[in-house]
Design a protein around this ligand. Structure first.
Ligand code: SAM
Length: 244
């Protein structure tokens, strides 16, 4: 998969993209990151990318010309792939959207700064708008990296364990079960016996029940939307009874 990111702060991307799983994925040719500096597509002496808002008010607005030119120079006109604007006004990102975007061969991400982008960019250039949550950051660089990270780890071959992402919280609709590693006892806190039993059937059932239990406790809204098996339902009913 290829990512094309358009930003005023390209230098903010390399530290994260050049570490750990993302770096390895790129090194193995599973993903390609292209970070484009919007400022390179300006033609005035000062490389201006922003201007004052019409109608007055504080803050600056990203000008349309360099953004259109950057995106169209790299992706053609109309753009050869979806162009996502990172904005607190977009649909809220989640695991399902990450999974859908991971099916694409190429994706462009546009990171805003200041008060955001000139409305004509939103209307006539971008094809989708995504928010990473109901809060406002100073720029769209972290949001772009969050999309890149969540999408890349879903690409085939990126995670060492090919089933690694399947049980993750939000992947199946439940929160993931708890994890333990060595030592079996730490400050008198013991790893649950079942995990040391070697009985894979029992371990799978325990994990399922832990997932159900913690989803019920932490995210009951997710459990309501989840299709429970008869066995799951029995377990959830028993937990609810315990709590009464
Ligand atoms: N004035 C804008 C508004 O109220 O909708 C917010 C602008 S914000 C200060 C600057 C840039 O940060 C935005 O253009 C966007 O790219 C990015 N940004 C801030 N919060 C975000 C969020 N929750 N999700 C995605 N991008 C965000």
């Amino acid at each position: 998969m290829r990512f094309d990111v358009f930003t005023l702060l390209p230098e903010t991307f390399s530290p994260y993209l050049q570490a750990s799983i993302l770096q390895k994925a790129a090194g193995r040719g599973l993903v390609d990151f292209h970070i484009h500096n919007i400022r390179d597509y300006t033609h005035d002496r000062h490389h201006t990318t922003d201007d004052m808002p019409y109608g007055g008010g504080g803050g600056m607005v990203m000008k349309p010309e360099p953004v259109f030119e950057a995106v169209e120079s790299v992706l053609g006109a109309p753009p050869a792939c979806p162009v996502i604007l990172l904005t607190p006004q977009g649909r809220v990102f989640n695991q399902k959207i990450a999974g859908e975007l991971a099916q694409l061969p190429r994706l462009a991400l546009l990171s805003g700064r200041y008060e955001g982008v000139d409305e004509r960019i939103r209307e006539h250039l971008v094809t989708d708008e995504i928010s990473i949550g109901d809060y406002v950051l100073t720029g769209g660089e972290l949001p772009a990296l969050i999309l890149i990270d969540a999408i890349t780890r879903l690409l085939p071959g990126v995670l060492g364990d090919p089933t690694g992402a399947e049980d993750d919280s939000h992947a199946s609709g439940l929160l993931e079960y708890p994890h333990y590693t060595r030592p079996p006892e730490f400050r008198s806190w013991k790893v649950p016996d079942v995990l040391l039993s070697g009985d894979h059937g029992k371990i799978a059932r325990w994990r399922r029940e832990q997932s159900l239990r913690r989803t019920l406790a932490k995210r009951p809204d997710m459990l309501e939307a989840f299709e429970l098996t008869k066995e799951d339902q029995k377990f959830v009913d028993a937990v609810k009874k315990e709590e009464r």
